[in-house]
Write a protein that binds this ligand. Structure first.
Ligand SMILES: Cc1cc2nc3c(=O)[nH]c(=O)nc-3n(C[C@H](O)[C@H](O)[C@H](O)COP(=O)(O)O)c2cc1C
Length: 442
């Protein structure tokens, strides 16, 4: 089977009427939780998840079974499971796709996670800009309750679990797990230092499993088909498939699924490849927190170690393609503006560093625009810095080393890789005040 033919989540999503309880049951849904809660123990479910090797799909790629174990062993009650559906990064839409496509699958994953970790309440945080996902999930919660799968003594087994649907803060920084927990408690969405990790001290200071939507979607499949099945897909050190939200300059942007380790080129080919008359110049294989891969490296397998070799990461499955018609200085400016806007402002390196990053990158072209297309004299004094090519790597390194959370640490990753991949394009802007492609100054 070619990698692109292995897509268990998309196969499930292709079944009809999954947004109804009847449709979900007809598609074989619910079997995993029913069997677990009636015939298995939380320890056995945790053992299966551990054995499957499943790692979180939200960006940190931490083993899900280990996190469940930590919550189950933590002292303090009640325990919570929080579904992270904030999904605020550029090109992020695969979680919304899952929630809209099969809300009961996510809830079944949540029930399994709750049962395995000894939790009694689940909170589903859905991104603010996804009203249809919120509506379908709320409807599914009512459907589950009507079927006797929520509340006290579920299916007469003694297991009690409640679920609420919460609307996310609508900002990228609140996808970080500690900021998410703050925001969902009505507080300012600032991240806090870890440890203590949420598994020890999370929602209302109680043990909490924070888990991504796609991670939850995998749980019923693993419990139903067994950990060996899951381990047989993908890579030995990172099994299973991932959903890839492909956007940018491809013919068919959308959600695709392939085993971890599939070459990026194969996923891009599924998305139709470059648009008519264009050539791909670079791709961000893990969204804005990742590093650009040049066109020559598109055969790179989509896996943590292979992307790390290029300075990047898998992120949360957003693949953004850029054609040769892009000005990468302009792309870098937009990335910097995004991180500046999304920085929560709590720590100085990120608050000031992202602002400075944007200012330095904008100074090279805004100078021309303000002066009717001609470089402005004395721009070095009015709009610092004097040497952007030297200052940018320093800023990026400072951000990476001293920011308090992953947002600041990753804010310069893509920009730094663009500087390394397209030195001439940047030099033309910085030294000669020229955009070789005549894009950002036209
Ligand atoms: C700035 C930032 C944004 C994040 N956004 C998300 C998000 O939208 N969804 C998500 O599941 N994880 C996000 N994460 C990762 C979470 O902190 C956390 O690792 C994840 O929700 C855990 O779930 P998992 O183990 O299933 O991946 C983000 C992290 C950072 C630093």
């Amino acid at each position: 089977m070619s990698p692109m033919e292995c897509h268990p989540l998309l196969d499930h999503l292709a079944r009809p009427a999954l947004e109804t309880w009847e449709g979900y049951r007809a598609a074989g849904g619910g079997k995993a939780f029913e069997r677990a809660v009636r015939h298995s123990t939380p320890e056995a479910v945790r053992a299966d998840i551990q054995a499957s090797g499943l790692k979180g799909r939200g960006g940190s790629a931490f083993p899900t079974g280990e996190k469940m174990e930590a919550v189950a062993r933590a002292s303090g009650f009640p325990r919570y499971v929080v579904m992270n559906g904030e999904e605020g990064g550029p090109g992020g839409f695969k979680d919304r796709f899952l929630l809209e496509g099969s809300p009961y699958l996510i809830l079944e994953g949540l029930l399994l996670a709750g049962y395995a970790s000894g939790a009694t309440q689940g909170l589903c945080v859905v991104r603010r800009s996804a009203p249809e996902a919120q509506r379908r999930l709320r409807q599914a919660v009512e459907g589950l309750r009507a079927a006797g799968w929520l509340g006290a003594n579920i299916l007469g087994t003694g297991f009690t679990f409640e679920v609420s649907v919460e609307i996310g803060a609508g900002v990228f920084c609140c996808g970080e797990e500690t900021a998410l927990l703050e925001s969902v408690q009505g507080r300012r969405g600032y991240p806090r230092p870890r440890p203590p990790y949420p598994s020890e001290k999370g929602f209302r200071d109680c043990p909490t499993l924070v888990v991504n939507v796609e991670t939850l979607a995998n749980l019923p499949l693993i419990i139903d088909r067994g950990p060996e099945w899951f381990r047989s897909i993908g890579r030995a050190d990172d099994p299973g498939t991932r959903l890839w939200g492909v956007s940018g300059h491809v013919r068919k942007p959308g959600v695709y699924e392939a085993p971890i380790g599939t070459p990026l080129a194969e996923v891009l080919a599924q998305a139709g490849g470059p648009r008519e008359g264009e050539r791909l110049a670079a791709v961000l294989p893990g969204g804005a927190v990742s590093a650009f891969l040049p066109a020559e490296a598109l055969e790179t397998p989509l896996a943590a170690d292979t992307l790390a070799a290029h300075g990047g990461c898998l992120g949360s499955g957003a693949i953004i393609a850029f054609s040769d018609r892009c000005c990468f200085v302009q792309v870098a400016q937009r990335l910097a503006a995004f991180f500046e806007q999304e920085s929560c402002g709590k720590c100085t390196p990120c608050r000031e560093g992202t602002k400075k990053l944007r200012e330095v990158l904008e100074s090279v072209s805004s100078a021309r625009r303000k002066n009717g297309g001609e470089p402005r004299r004395g721009v070095g004094r009015e709009v610092p810095p004097p040497r952007p090519g030297e200052l940018l790597p320093l800023l990026i390194e400072t951000l990476a080393r001293s920011s308090a959370c992953g947002l600041g640490r990753a804010a310069g990753t893509a920009i730094g890789s663009a500087l390394r991949l397209f030195p001439e394009e940047f030099a033309a802007h910085f030294q000669r005040h020229e955009c070789p492609k005549r894009i950002c100054w036209s």
